[in-house]
Each structure stands twice: as C-alpha cells, then as structure tokens.
Design a protein around this ligand. Structure first.
Ligand SMILES: C[S@@+](CC[C@H](N)C(=O)[O-])C[C@H]1O[C@@H](n2cnc3c(N)ncnc32)[C@H](O)[C@@H]1O
Length: 250
C-alpha cells in the first residue's frame, strides 16, 4: 500500500542531492564506518550457504551489498522501493563484471510475489524503514525455500530517537524505527520461522576485542571484569533489545 512514509523512502535519493548520491554510489568506501560495513558484509557472507546459492537482498539501496555477494558468485536479486535507487544500483553494478549473477528490481518488500525461490534473504539496515515489519518478514518467509534462512542486520532500541534518525525523518520524511531482535524474532515466529539466533554486531565485538585499551591491564581490574561479563552475556544471554544480526530458518 502506498503511503506518505513510503513516498519519503521513494524520494530520498532525489532529496539528498549530488553529494548524497555519490555517497550511495561509493558505499561502503564513502562511509565513515567503512570498516564496520565491510566486517558486517563479511560476517553475513560467512553465515550464508555457499555460492552459487540464490540470495534476495531486500531494501538494497545503491546495491553495494548485492554487488559484493554477486562478485563472490551468488545469484542475487537486489530489491528496493525507490526506482532511482534501483537505477543507481544498476549503474553501480555496471562498474563490475557480475553479468547475469545480479538483477535489480523495484518493489515494496512488504508485498513481494516470490514463492519458495531463494536460499537466503537479507535485510541489511533496511527493515527498520518498514512501515509494517510483520508484512515484510512474511514476504521474506514466502520468498524462501524450505530450510532457507533470513538474516537481518538492524539497529535496536533507541534508534528511532537517535538525533540522526530524527533529522532524517524531519528532513526527508523517511521511516526510522527501532528494530530490536525481540521484535524481529516475534514476527519471524508468527510468519513460520522455526529457529532464531541473535549474533553480535561487529561494532560490539570491536569495542570488546579490538578497541585500544586505556585501563589497567592487571587481571582484577574492574574494567576487565566488566568486559568479561559482556563477553559471557554475548555468548549465553544476548540482549534481545540491542542492535544485532539475527538469523532465522524457514
Ligand atoms: C538505510 S537504506 C539501506 C540501503 C542498503 N541496504 C545499504 O546498506 O546501503 C534503507 C533502504 O530501504 C529501502 N526501503 C524502505 N522501505 C522499503 C520497502 N517498503 N520496500 C523496499 N525497500 C524499502 C529504502 O529505499 C532504502 O534504500
């Protein structure tokens, strides 16, 4: 169903100007968080069945994730609601030799026609732009073959009130919602997914393992204790409210 919020998504590229367009075309290299984006797509690739599985990239924007996957040999369909984003994604794909491995289609991920076709579907930072996440997850479920997987990479609670999200909503009329694992998993269960795993976002791992430490290194320091507690929690009791990668099986 066409709504004002969906018009905001469709008009976004036209409204962000030439610099914004160049940024979209050059993602992830143009992004401040390029390293994290690369780690995220690498993590997602490592969760996928081997190429040449069929992958549906939902809300693919300028297409960088679809292109990465196609360059590895996956059969990819990138999908987005914005016709000019799809044009941009096609232009982007033209820069690489991906040939027939990659197609882009324009449409609403809340009402897709695919049935039992894909080995995996991905929402990479796009499900939180949905007006109705239940419809979007049901669409993805239908599109998957039995045993297929849905991977979401989405921000958790607090995203909708982040100053950048508020600015984007005010300036461009786009949707920016919280999309925590607990909501994604609840909607997944309603759709028919049989199991779910919550995996940490790369930035969470970065802040634990890779970030430079400025605190005392002795074994019993309070900071060390807190970090150990975070690691154990990630392993045994991941926070269902925090941004995460969620993987569910049909
Ligand atoms: C934050 S962007 C992420 C784009 C891309 N996945 C990336 O990482 O660069 C969210 C994308 O979701 C798309 N989108 C929003 N609502 C949609 C819908 N109902 N159906 C399909 N795409 C949608 C937007 O047009 C936008 O390209």
């Amino acid at each position: 169903m066409q709504t004002v919020a969906k018009e905001g998504e469709q008009d976004y590229l036209a409204n962000i100007g030439e610099m914004g367009r160049t940024h979209c075309l050059n993602k992830p290299f143009s992004d401040t968080y390029c390293g994290m984006n690369l780690t995220s797509i690498g993590t997602i690739m490592s969760l996928l069945p081997p190429a040449p599985a069929r992958i549906l990239d939902l809300g693919c924007g300028g297409g960088w994730t679809s292109i990465f996957l196609a360059r590895h040999g996956y059969e990819v369909v990138g999908q987005d609601i914005a016709a000019d984003m799809i044009e941009l994604a096609r232009e982007n794909a033209g820069l690489y030799r991906v040939g027939d491995h990659l197609q882009f289609i324009c449409g609403d991920f809340e009402s897709l026609d695919f049935q039992d076709h894909f080995d995996a579907a991905i929402f990479f930072d796009s499900l939180h732009h949905a007006e109705d996440e239940a419809l979007a997850i049901r669409s993805a479920y239908r599109a998957l073959k039995p045993g297929g997987i849905l991977i979401t990479h989405e921000p958790g609670e607090g995203h909708a009130i982040h100053p950048q999200s508020i600015q984007a909503m005010e300036l461009y009329g786009v949707t920016e919602r919280d999309m925590p694992p607990q909501l994604i998993i609840a909607r997944g269960k309603e759709a028919g997914f049989v199991d779910a795993r919550i995996l940490p976002m790369p930035e969470e791992l970065f802040s634990i393992f890779y970030k430079r430490r400025t605190y005392p290194k002795h074994l019993l320091s309070k900071r060390r204790f807190n970090i150990s507690r975070r690691v154990l929690r990630l392993l045994f009791k991941p926070d269902p409210a925090k941004g995460a990668i969620v993987i569910q099986t049909k």
